[in-house]
Write a protein that binds this ligand. Structure first.
Ligand code: GLN
Length: 544
């Protein structure tokens, strides 16, 4: 228990979206944690969805899942990977949640006839959420990332709440960090600071003055430009931090530390300076940059290939497994619909893969292509890793081609299949019938008991594991005996509900399907055992 009063660091974004505010916030957290402080972090999302659970990864990127089964913005994934603390639903507030609660209370007459307004009701709710997070986590530093860009209509209540919070908690306890972009003009060969100046003015119009500016740029930023920003934005010269584009996101904490970000924070709060200890991150970055020539190519078979962040935790978990095995992992996206239509080029890419991964997903589109990829992996003994849907695909393929249940399927894709090897439990049937889709899947941490002698047990080195789930459909236990007899190993079962959590193909070097999402628990400095073994299997199999 720390006796320090929580210090609050708000992170806002200016100029445009997509600058990496999540990674910047997470990196500040990693640095402060490495100084020995207790750090926590929350994300404010100004959209009207209560949570991103029903949002398409096409549009919004991955839906991250916390231990307590909250379907969260992908920035929580960055936070967990960089700061290595488990987060919960208390780390994400959306405008949808605020309105939902206020409307429910209004209908119950709790406002006693008063008008319900953005100020004070919405802003108070935001402030309360922040205070509660500080209290419940007992954090020395609470970082609050405000989603979107300053000037967005929907972000206004958050900035107003932040301004009020500063007024209430005092300047000694609240700091504002603003992330902006310096665009490069090729014709004059210059980086421009005006958009940064303008976005700081926008912040100031809302009563917020930044204490630190993080200047993103695709190029090196000369000192005189940093000084110019300091001058025109009225910020300390040392507190304008260059944030150039770099090849690995895991270098960001090191770059920020080099620019003395923690010193500036301690100075702002009038605290003793503690030196960050980023040795582990330094070693990691050294590893990432070193090349021993080893590389494995993993094909990821999906349909959301359009959005770069649709499977971000999977990509990062694969990379982390590469770091642990001293090998580079090249992740190649293959479109399952193209496999389905026998696209020659797509098949060539698949056939060159050292390993095949089928990640999570929903809906019928592209399913047959994924089943074809699983069949290819099984028959050609290529290492295969199935995550959630990828486990269901592996089960369907095995039932169809080994058990000879030609029409085997999941009831998600064929509700009338005569061989429903993947099906729903009763509680989920009700949700589907009532179109009750938001937050009603099997979500969050669930335990599994591993079978002795299984590949999974070997990887984890323990009998009971706990992993994060997000699905409605399950392995149908009516087929368990027949599948086992045909050579499918049931490697993990939920001890309370007897649900199958892991399947493995016995006659195969490494074909593992898990009903959960191990990618959410992988950390760059602590890779997930199954990902680590998947990459290792490839190297062993290909004799590297
Ligand atoms: N669509 C499948 C289900 O609901 C798989 C979900 C997933 O991969 N996250 O069970």
């Amino acid at each position: 228990m720390s006796f320090m009063q929580t210090k609050y660091i708000f992170v806002t974004g200016g100029v445009c979206s997509g600058l990496g505010k999540g990674i910047a916030s997470a990196s500040i957290g990693a640095i402060l944690k490495s100084c020995g402080y207790k750090v926590s972090i929350i994300k404010m999302d100004p959209y009207l969805n209560p949570d991103p659970g029903t949002m398409s990864p096409f549009q919004h990127g991955e839906v991250f899942v916390t231990d307590d089964g909250y379907e969260a913005d992908l920035d929580l994934g960055h936070y967990e990977r960089f700061i290595d603390i488990p987060l919960s639903r208390q780390a994400n507030l959306t405008t949808g949640q605020i309105y939902q609660e206020l409307m429910e209370r209004e209908r119950k007459g709790e406002f006693l006839g008063k008008t319900v307004q953005i100020v004070p009701h919405v802003t108070n709710k935001i402030r309360d959420f922040i205070k509660k997070a500080a209290k419940n986590t007992g954090a020395d530093f609470l970082i609050i990332e405000i989603g979107g860009t300053v000037g967005d209509i929907e972000g206004e209540p958050y900035l107003e709440a932040a301004r009020q919070f500063h007024h209430e908690a005092g300047d000694n306890n609240v700091m504002f960090v603003h992330l902006t972009l310096l665009p490069f003009l090729a014709t004059s060969g210059e980086l421009k600071t005006k958009p940064t100046q303008m976005s700081v003015k926008e912040l100031e119009r809302r009563g917020i003055h930044p204490d630190m500016i993080l200047a993103r740029s695709d190029y090196h930023i000369p000192r005189n430009l940093l000084d110019k920003i300091a001058m025109f934005c009225d910020v300390d010269e040392q507190a304008v931090i260059p944030a150039p584009t770099i090849s690995s996101i895991y270098e960001v904490p090191l770059n920020f530390a080099k620019a003395n970000v923690s010193e500036i924070i301690f100075k702002k709060f009038g605290m003793f300076e503690k030196k960050p200890n980023l040795r582990q991150w330094q070693n990691l970055v050294k590893k990432i940059k070193a090349s021993n020539g080893r590389q494995v190519a993993i094909v990821k078979v999906g349909k959301y290939t359009a959005h770069g962040d649709a499977y971000i935790s999977v990509d990062e978990a694969l990379k982390a497994a590469g770091f642990a095995n001293n090998t580079k992992v090249k992740v190649i996206a293959v479109d399952s619909e193209k496999l389905e239509s026998n696209d020659k080029k797509e098949w060539q890419v698949l056939k060159k893969a050292d390993g095949i991964l089928v990640p999570g997903g929903f809906g019928k589109r592209g399913i047959e292509g994924k089943i074809m990829a699983a069949k290819y992996a099984r028959e050609n003994k290529v290492p295969y890793f199935g995550l959630c849907l990828g486990m269901q695909i592996m089960t369907i393929e095995f039932a169809r081609n080994v058990l000879r249940l030609k029409k085997a399927n999941s009831t998600e894709f064929d509700p009338k299949t005569p061989a429903p090897v993947i099906a729903t439990m009763l509680e989920q049937r009700k949700n589907i019938a009532e179109k009750n889709y938001g937050g009603t899947m099997r979500l969050g941490n669930q335990r599994a008991k591993l079978a002795a002698g299984s590949l999974s047990f070997k990887a984890y080195g323990q009998r009971i594991i706990s992993e994060r789930h997000r699905h409605r459909y399950e392995f149908n236990n009516d087929y368990k005996d027949a599948m086992e007899k045909a050579g499918l190993r049931i490697a993990g079962v939920n001890p309370d509900r007897h649900l199958v959590e892991i399947v493995e193909v016995k006659d195969h070097p490494w074909m593992v399907g898990v009903q959960f999402h191990p990618e959410f628990k992988s950390r760059p400095l602590r890779p997930h055992p199954l990902f680590r073994e998947f990459i290792r299997a490839e190297m062993l199999y290909y004799g590297q």
